[in-house]
Design a protein around this ligand. Structure first.
Ligand SMILES: [Zn+2]
Length: 307
């Protein structure tokens, strides 16, 4: 048994078929966690789709209506970069519910892992780069609405800048956003996060980890959030097709463990989400995401009071 819950639903699959976004990865991760003996069925909780009230705290009524009725314009469809379907919309609503559920679990258990989510390119009134609904922002607003948290920090390690996150949450003193990404990559327009760590093309483990960890340590120490949301992109990996950084699989796992440690050692609950991953071999993307759960497990065990 894990010392925290994993949140998963078969409907997370965006059913994209042959697409650079391997949306079958969610099921493959879920299966591998059990096949490798890391998780058992009792560790997994299944979310109900988010209610529209939750989604509408972040997104415009117009955007929600377009998604629900399939009336996106040609340019909105093009920006989203994934073909519209009812199943796609259902998957985004489930992912948002999953991040809410993982956050509620994290407040109780220290960690909560959504085996999906991290759709950090979604804006209030449009979708971009495979992201239609910003699950992390929806979860933060729900917890604040319920009076469960006052402040939150988002640590985004996807190779692409968290433009939706910055656009939704910047200017809000209750949320601290940190994005580490490849500067010379999508999105072209990067609205400012609280802290943006712009990495040069080809940056490797050492440089990346030194930059990230010093910033995370200082930010956590100063801001002391009530909860941390971790957007754990697999795409800084050296074999990623949409990324130009050069992290190894070990470097990525060290990244996850080190960020989790900085939060948990200060008793800050951590919610994990997955975001992007486009390795040439889908098994590599799956392993990197599985390692995020493993990093959470090892951090939890290391910091648990001895019996
Ligand atoms: Zn990405």
């Amino acid at each position: 048994m894990l010392p925290f819950k994993l949140v998963y639903h078969p409907g997370y699959d965006l059913n994209l078929g042959q697409h650079v976004f391997p949306s079958q990865k969610y099921r493959l991760i879920y299966e591998k966690l059990q096949a490798d003996g890391i998780a058992s069925p009792g560790d997994i909780v299944s979310p109900e789709p988010a209610c529209d009230e939750d989604v509408l705290r972040v997104h415009t009524a117009d955007w929600v209506h377009k998604l629900k009725t399939g009336t996106l314009s040609a340019s909105e469809q093009m920006k989203l970069e994934v073909p519209y379907s009812r199943a796609l919309v259902g998957a985004f609503w489930l992912a948002a519910a999953g991040t809410i559920a993982a956050a509620q679990c994290a407040l109780r258990d220290g960690f909560g892992c959504n085996l999906g989510g991290g759709f950090h390119h979604a804006y209030p009134g449009h979708g971009e780069g495979f992201c239609a609904i910003h699950d992390v922002a929806v979860a933060i607003r729900r917890l604040q609405h319920d009076g469960l948290i006052r402040s939150a920090m988002v640590v985004d390690t996807d190779v692409h800048h968290g433009n939706g996150t910055a656009s939704i949450l910047s200017g809000d003193d209750s949320v601290f956003t940190l994005s580490i990404h490849q500067e010379n990559n999508y999105p072209a327009h990067k609205p400012p996060s609280t802290i943006d760590l712009n990495m040069e093309d080809g940056a490797g483990d050492q440089e990346y980890l030194a930059t990230l960890l010093s910033a995370v340590r200082k930010s956590v120490e100063k801001f002391r959030p009530n909860i941390m949301f971790y957007v754990g992109g697999a795409d800084p990996y050296l074999e990623d097709q949409l990324g130009g950084l050069a992290l190894t699989m070990d470097g990525l796992k060290t990244r996850d463990e080190s960020v989790f440690h900085e939060a948990r050692v200060r008793n800050i609950p951590v919610v994990t989400t997955f975001a992007g991953g486009y390795a040439r071999r889908v098994q590599d993307t799956v392993q990197i995401h599985v390692n995020t759960v493993l990093a959470a497990k090892q951090t939890a065990e290391r910091l648990a009071p001895s019996p």
